[in-house]
Design a protein around this ligand. Structure first.
Ligand code: AMP
Ligand code: GLY
Length: 421
């Protein structure tokens, strides 16, 4: 069973369904496209009790959790108590995403390279720190999960003070009652995923996410407007350093403090002039990075997840196709500030080979699809080169239409320049 309802979950369900173990797939709540491959049940991702009861009644062998909030809320423990298996960390381990202060302290103890920081639990202390602080930009982060809106890169003391006041003033609820103020790092950002059983790791290929709403990284932050993988600009030595200096020490430290991390660990990394540094950790697959990683996975994802659950990852390897993948997110009018819904989507038929359409927020009525949220569809093109993968993605985008549809036109553009022909 896959928990969640977006494009990430659509990609997970599709990949798991293709396993040679021939699983009977369930999804909660899923979406119209997922319901074509899995039995969907209308239980929200946060209703841990109903999910547990459903899993018990239907003898679900493994539950894979897409979004962070059920993990931070303790779905794993709730399932364990009922003798059910979950691919995902315990509540104690999910604090790595649920609390930035926890993650920063963990990194400090583990010697993981990251931005220098201070943590504050009162507005007065944070403002006093800013009065003595001269280095801008500075990054102000709400401690808890704030739906991707808790981070401000402040270019002046005024902006930083405003972010501090907003956080302690309740903009993010309890998530903002503590904050981290940290050094702003410069470089290229990458998303690194590893599957882990608490000790051994299976690294996936890195991906890049585009967080800003408009071309050339203009406009507000979003959940992600596109992605590509692998990353031609990342040297193998840099990738190895990320695994050895960031991922492994973090997983060792989690075990050491009695909260072994199992499932998928996602590190947001900035590759700086002085080497890779960790920006943040997430306790789940990234969205939309998953959509460019899973189509290229040659190994059996379900087997890997079961092996992680049985602490049996040692000696395994992940196999990849040589293809590249590019994902373009089609968003509805107003996103990210708002989103319009109920617009009919056309052009979803006759999608060419090498293109995957993942549904992120759609609704189906009488055989027609309608928009149902901000990020509506993920259009993924694959091919032997980034040029081809990208051309396939954008050709499919041209064929799809809904009122108010907008998307970035520069996804993976810089990757083409770096591609080795
Ligand atoms: P986070 O939720 O911590 O990943 O932050 C969201 C985004 O803010 C990151 O993906 C980065 O683009 C940016 N960011 C976070 N921390 C820093 C930092 N220390 N320096 C520069 N950019 C950052
Ligand atoms: N794409 C960013 C995230 O999943 O957090």
């Amino acid at each position: 069973m896959v928990v969640g309802s977006g494009g990430r979950e659509h990609a997970l369900v599709e990949t798991l369904a293709a396993s040679t173990l021939e699983p009977e797939m369930h999804a909660a709540p899923g979406n119209p496209a997922i319901s074509r491959i899995a039995r969907t049940v209308d239980i929200p991702a946060d209703d841990l009790v109903a999910l547990r009861d459903y899993a018990k009644e239907n003898e679900i062998d493994l539950t894979v959790v897409g979004p962070e909030s059920p993990l931070i809320g303790g779905i794993t423990e709730a399932f364990w108590e009922a003798d059910l298996k979950v691919f995902g960390p315990s509540r104690a381990a999910a604090r790595i995403e649920g609390s930035k202060v926890f993650a920063k302290e963990l990194m400090r103890h583990a010697g993981v390279p990251t931005a220098r920081y201070e943590a504050f639990d009162t507005e007065a202390a944070a403002l006093a720190y800013l009065r003595a602080h001269r280095d801008y930009p500075a990054v102000v982060k709400a401690d808890g999960a704030a739906a991707g809106k808790g981070v401000t890169v402040a270019h002046s003391r005024d902006e930083a003070e405003e972010a501090v006041r907003a956080s302690f003033g309740g903009r993010f609820g309890a998530a903002g009652e503590r904050i981290v103020i940290e050094e702003c790092l410069e470089g290229r950002e990458a998303s690194i995923f590893v599957v882990t059983d608490g000790q051994d790791i299976l690294p996936f290929l890195p991906a890049q996410d585009y967080k800003r709403a408009y071309d050339a990284d203009e406009g507000p932050n979003t959940g992600g407007m596109g992605s590509y993988s692998p990353l031609m600009w990342m040297e193998p030595a840099t990738y190895a350093a990320i695994l050895e200096e960031i991922i492994r020490p973090t997983i060792r430290q989690m075990a050491l403090i009695g909260a072994p991390y199992t499932g998928l660990l996602y590190a947001g990394v900035m590759v700086t002039e002085t080497g890779p540094k960790a920006l943040e950790f997430n306790c789940r697959f990234g969205d939309p990075e998953t959509q460019v990683i899973l189509p290229r996975l040659g190994s059996d994802l379900l087997e890997l997840m079961l092996a992680a659950n049985n602490e049996d990852l040692a000696g395994r390897e992940v196999v990849w196709s040589a293809d590249k993948a590019v994902c373009v997110v089609l968003a509805s009018e107003g996103y990210p500030e708002s989103s319009s819904t109920g617009d009919e989507i056309t052009g979803l038929e006759n999608i060419p080979a090498g293109v995957y359409i993942y549904h992120a927020a759609t609704e189906e009525r009488d055989g027609r699809f309608y928009t149902a949220g901000g990020r509506v569809l993920n259009v993924v093109g694959t091919g032997p080169t980034v040029i081809e993968a990208r051309a396939r993605a954008y050709a499919a985008v041209e064929q799809i239409y809904f009122e108010g549809m907008h998307y970035r036109t520069d996804i993976a553009l810089e990757a083409i320049e770096l591609e080795d022909f």
